[in-house]
Structure formats: structure tokens, C-alpha cells
Design a protein around this ligand. Structure first.
Ligand SMILES: [Zn+2]
Length: 621
């Protein structure tokens, strides 16, 4: 690991500190005194320089016991400590998003900032209660200026017009698989817009999951980004000329498929099957079989073997980018796209990706159930569905929020071979878990945290190495010495895509392992570096596990728990505190585990209160 001089340390911890006898001298009113008077130990306040709104993270015992850990108690607490958290009118400005109770009996309340009932994009506040219903931490975003501002919340542009504008803006195909539109307040470039936040997901040859922000007064597009959570950003490598649009199914056709699918699935019986994965490894699988109309027997990659979840299904895209051929057939159902064969043995060349996706989905499902008590991606037993042979020579894999499925390309053989290897499967499925845990916006710092979760769990579940993608590398990349896609152990051993080299600290374009190497990319380049800056965080996971000797399980338990402390727009600084708080909950602040996480954050230069605005080298977009 590289060592960097911590030159900026003293500046970064400005505004943060432990409550001491002299107080900290910030505009925190009487709150710190009140916390102290509880007599229940230190309180930690982490605050970025010049930050308006609530501190980045406040932790310690912050209140007496409430009768219940819920949104009402959270709002009462925030109101009582207005000078510290800067929430003036909690009742009007905050709306409950979710309340979760964890295995330690703690309750995590997530509140959304609203203005006249309209959600403010980006601003969520978390309030955490221990098992006695005392508040132990508060973190998140809240914009106090908005409470005072007069904003016209009556749109002048109607929703359909905004939708059409958004579709044109991202060149959406005629049929869009999923679309939603919400009226929101969008803080953007020092201004507040009443806007439609429009989500468009489509699976044409160039899949997209766009968020487009259309000003509801002027009708203009303010901002956009593609939140398709893929394995990497390789668009500059794909041969775009080859891509042509295919006919799209209608919404009615898509909707009609599900009931039929369920009907036919129920006629199938379970069986054990075996197959050969892409790299020639034999896998055992749970599959199904059923009688055909002509009396023959067909086997399907449909696993109904677990009673309290909806099954594991693997579909054959037959090198298309959508299932038009399925929708056009009146008697068709999802059974027809389930990968099928005439025996329980799947060893024919070309079946490898299906065998991998199917068997790896089961491994990842079992991992989360056994280690984190999580029943499938949504923890509600949802079906795990994967699509293989997507498009032609497609060099990527992705999770889709709209479809709620994983998709794997076959690769072009040069860059990648079929992409359904175990660490990649885990990577994509963890994008699903992140989504159902409240999401991490797929952009800038937050998007890099999202990616780091996927890569880290990829290396926890596929524990042969701390590299991601060692089983999917194609001929040309292997010949070039590229043995994996990314490395958590030694990020800098691989170069990033050449398009980003100019943004690297030394011009050499290596994956970063330290905050001094952070890539300050604009939003239209890899969504601000989500697949690049992630390696800094996942390197800290490697360090905790291997250099500090805590092992993968400690990393997994701590990171998994930290989801409760994150929110849709969490920053690296919050990620640091979320992990440390999670380690405190699990092992205590005096534990070697806590020290390992703390040490690893120092090693990667992620100090308390780090902020993008303060540290950037290049102009910020
Ligand atoms: Zn990803």
C-alpha cells in the first residue's frame, strides 16, 4: 500500500471533534451541553468545512429514551436541537421514507425533506435509535435555506409534455420498458427548480436507465444521468455502428406475460441438474422439468427448491436485446424464455453462461440468507432472475431496477468472455440489494460507494482473490497482461480507460488506492467516476480483511450493517462514519475490529469530514 503525507489532515478535521470540557465553539447552541448532561459518554460531531445544514454525522447517546423509535420521536428530537441540525419546522419539512429495525434491536428512521409536500431531491435525514429508543446517531442532508424560501410549486408544464421532452433528450426508443415521473424540488447549481424527475428505462441495443430532470416552469431539461448499474463503463470500446434498434414490445404485451408465466411454471417439477460453466468447471444446479404436449420431456433452468422464496430463473435472450419474439406469440410465457434443454445435463458449448448465472445466483442467494439473514435481493423472497446471451458480443453485465433482473453479455472474446462468473454475479445482485436497501444514487461519490459495495461483496463471496473479473477476461486483454477488471488488493496494478487518464493525479491513469488519487470526473464521464473511485473504498475493505487480519466476515458484517447509516446521496465522508458506527455497534469502539477500520481509512486517506468541494484538483464540472 502506498503511503501519503497527511498534509491536509488538520484542515479536514476542522469543525469536528469530541465533546470536551471546553465545548467546541461552533454554533451548536445548547445541544452539546444537553448531550453532556445526559452523562452517557462522548458525543462525536463530524462536520465539513463551511457546511450548511446538519453536521455530516453526529453519534453518541444523544437523548433520553423515547417511548418509541419512530418518525415522530425523530422529528421531536430534531426540533429540540434546531441549532445543531438546522431543521426549523420538522413537522412540515420532513416526511417518513422508511423505518427499519435491525438484528441488534436498533431502529433506523429515514426522513425525506419536503417543501409544501413536494420531496426535495437529494435530501434525506437518518435518525438512529438504540434498543432502549435513545437516539444514538443522526446523519444525512437537509437544506435549511429551503424552509425560508418562497417557491412556486404549481407546475406550468404538464407531466406528459415533460415526459416527451425527457424521451427526446435521451433518444429513448419508441417503447420504453419502465417510466416514472415525480414532481420534486431540484437544487441544482445554486438554484432551486420545481422539476419533474423522470426515470426512463429501456432495453434496446443500447440499454439505459435515465434520470432526466425537466424544469416544471420552463419545460427545459436541467440535468440527466444514466443509472444503469453495470460492471463497468466500456461504451467507448463497443462498436456503436453495429448497434441497430430492434422492434419493441408494447406495454400491454409486457404486462400480459406474468400471469401466464406463473401458471405454466407451476406445472413443472423440481430436479437436480449438472452443467459446465464457461471456464469448464462442473456445477450442480436445481432445475425443473415438465411434460411437453407431444409427450416429450423438457428441462428448464427454473429452481423452485426453496419454499419461502419465489424461485431462481435463468432466461435465454438468444442474442437479442428484448423478448419481442416472446411477446408476439400469444401462447408464449416466461417459461418460453427460461433456458431449456432435453436433459438434466447442460454441457453443450454455449450453455456455459446459463449454467454460471443459474448456479451462481443460488450461491449468492444462500450466502446472504446464511450470513445476513436476508431472503433474496429485497429480503422478501423475490424471484432471482437472470438473462444470458444478451445482445451480440455484449461486453458488460448489469442489474436493472425496472426489470428487477440481472443481465449478462457474452463478451466479444477479445475484451471479455461470457460475463456470468461468480464475482460478477455477486456484483450485479448486490446492486439489487443496494437498490432495495434505499439505494445509493449512481453518480459521483455516492455512485462510487454503490460500486464499492458490489465489488467488495463480489470478493467476499468469490473468496479466491480480491480481484474482480478474473474469470471473464478475453484474449486481447489477457495478452495485454490484464488478468482482471479491477483489484481491491492493489488497485493501481490496472489502468483505467484511457479517456480518463488526464484526470489522474499523475497522468498515468491507474485505478486509485488513496484519496489523493481520487478522479474528479464530470458527470458525463463514467457518471463522475463510479467505476473508478470505488477502488479506493474497496481497497480499505481489503486492508481490514488481510493487512489488519480481520478476515472477510468482519468486513461483510460491518459493510452490510452500514447500509442502515447511508442514504440516497451519501458521501465518502458519511460512508466512513457509517462504517465506523457499524463497527461500533457490532464490536464496540475499543475493539480491534474498530481499530482496523479506522486504520484502513487513514491508510486510504479518507479522513474525518473529507469533502469533494474542498479537495478537488480540477474544476468541478
Ligand atoms: Zn456495478
Amino acid at each position: 500500500m502506498k503511503k501519503f503525507a497527511a498534509l491536509t489532515l488538520s484542515a479536514l478535521i476542522f469543525g469536528s471533534g469530541f465533546l470536551g470540557a471546553g465545548g467546541s465553539g461552533f454554533a451548536e447552541g445548547d445541544s452539546l451541553k444537553k448531550f453532556e448532561s445526559l452523562g452517557k459518554g462522548d458525543v462525536k460531531v463530524v462536520q465539513g468545512k463551511g457546511q450548511k445544514g446538519p453536521p455530516t454525522f453526529v453519534s453518541g447517546i444523544l437523548s433520553e429514551n423515547f417511548s418509541k423509535g419512530n418518525a415522530k420521536s425523530a422529528k421531536a428530537f430534531l426540533s429540540e436541537h434546531e441549532e445543531l441540525f438546522h431543521v426549523k419546522n420538522a413537522e412540515e419539512s420532513l416526511t417518513e421514507v422508511r423505518v427499519t429495525e435491525d438484528e441488534l434491536g436498533m431502529t433506523h428512521v429515514r426522513l425525506q425533506q419536503t417543501k409544501k409536500g413536494i420531496p426535495v431531491d437529494r435530501n434525506e435525514l437518518n435518525v438512529h435509535f438504540n434498543e432502549d429508543n435513545s437516539i444514538t446517531a443522526v446523519n444525512g442532508n437537509f437544506d435549511p435555506e429551503l424552509e425560508e424560501l418562497e417557491i412556486n410549486t404549481t407546475p406550468a408544464v404538464n407531466r406528459n409534455t415533460a415526459l416527451e421532452t425527457a424521451k427526446k433528450d435521451v433518444s429513448a426508443p419508441e417503447y420504453v420498458d419502465f417510466q416514472t415521473s415525480e414532481l420534486i424540488i431540484y437544487p441544482f447549481e445554486a438554484d432551486y427548480h420545481l422539476a419533474y424527475r423522470i426515470n426512463l428505462e429501456f432495453h434496446s441495443a443500447t440499454p439505459g436507465n435515465w434520470y432526466v430532470y425537466v424544469d416544471a416552469h420552463t419545460g427545459e431539461v436541467i440535468d440527466r444521468f444514466d443509472a444503469m448499474t453495470g460492471l463497468g463503463n466500456f461504451s467507448d470500446i463497443l462498436d456503436l455502428e453495429e448497434i441497430t434498434e430492434q422492434p419493441q414490445a408494447t406495454a400491454a404485451q409486457v404486462k400480459a406475460k406474468n400471469e401466464k408465466a406463473q401458471e405454466k411454471r407451476n406445472e413443472l417439477r423440481g430436479a437436480r441438474g449438472k452443467g459446465l460453466g464457461t471456464t469448464g468447471v462442473q456445477k450442480l444446479m436445481d432445475i425443473s422439468h415438465g411434460l411437453d404436449e407431444d409427450g416429450g420431456r423438457t428441462f428448464y433452468l427454473a429452481d423452485h427448491s426453496t419454499s419461502d422464496m419465489d424461485g431462481i430463473f435463468t432466461y435465454n435472450m438468444q442474442n437479442t436485446s428484448n423478448q419481442m419474439w416472446l411477446y408476439e406469440n400469444d401462447s408464449a410465457s416466461w417459461k418460453d424464455v427460461e433456458y431449456s434443454g432435453d436433459s438434466s445435463s447442460w454441457e453443450v458449448v454455449g450453455q456455459g453462461p446459463a449454467v454460471d448465472a443459474h448456479s451462481n445466483s443460488r450461491i449468492v442467494y444462500d450466502y446472504f440468507l446464511e450470513n445476513h439473514g436476508r431472503n433474496s435481493l429485497d429480503d422478501q423472497g423475490m424471484a432471482i432472475e437472470s438473462r444470458v446471451h444478451y445482445w451480440r458480443e455484449y461486453n458488460n453485465a448489469f442489474w436493472s431496477n425496472g426489470l428487477a433482473m440481472m443481465t449478462y453479455g457474452d463478451g466479444d472474446g477479445q475484451q471479455f468472455i461470457p460475463l456470468a462468473a461468480l464475482d460478477v454475479t455477486a456484483h450485479e445482485m448486490v446492486h439489487g440489494i443496494t437498490h432495495y436497501n434505499g439505494g445509493l444514487r449512481y453518480r459521483f461519490e455516492t455512485g462510487a460507494i454503490n460500486e464499492a459495495y458490489s465489488d467488495t461483496f463480489g470478493s467476499i463471496i468469490d473468496d479466491r482473490s480480491w480481484d474482480v473479473g478474473e474469470d471473464i477476461m478475453g484474449e486481447a486483454w489477457l495478452a495485454d497482461g490484464r488478468t482482471a477488471l479491477r483489484s481491491s488488493e492493489d488497485p493501481g496494478k490496472f489502468p483505467v480507460n484511457q479517456a480518463y487518464w488526464a484526470y489522474s493525479v499523475d497522468g498515468e491513469g491507474r485505478y486509485p488506492a488513496h484519496m489523493e488519487e481520487y478522479y474528479f470526473l464530470p458527470g458525463n464521464m463514467d457518471n463522475g467516476g463510479v467505476h473508478i473511485n470505488c477502488t479506493i473504498l474497496q481497497h480499505s475493505a481489503y486492508l481490514v480483511s488481510e493487512e489488519y487480519g480481520m478476515g472477510r466476515e468482519v468486513v461483510a458484517d460491518t459493510w452490510y450493517r452500514a447500509y442502515d447509516y447511508l442514504h440516497f446521496d451519501a458521501t465518502f465522508a458519511e460512508f466512513r462514519e457509517a462504517i465506523l458506527q457499524s463497527a461500533t455497534d457490532l464490536y464496540g469502539e475499543d475493539s480491534e475490529e474498530y481499530d482496523a477500520f479506522l486504520g484502513a481509512f487513514d491508510d486510504i486517506g479518507l479522513y474525518e469530514g473529507w469533502s469533494l468541494e474542498e479537495n478537488h484538483r480540477s474544476p468541478l464540472w
